[in-house]
Design a protein. Sequence first.
Length: 56
Amino acid sequence: MALGTWLDERNGRASALRWSTQIEHEAEATGIPAIELFFTLLDRFPGPGLRSLDMR
């Protein structure tokens, strides 16, 4: 599963934004630094680990 697809499912809606932009928007809305939110989400991302992560 691609990170963008997972974010769409997590947020309950499809987005035309790339995953990085989705994270930036969520970070801004919640007051969390984007890099911190990225790693928090990455920890929650289902799958066998970073080596197989599809960053599309």
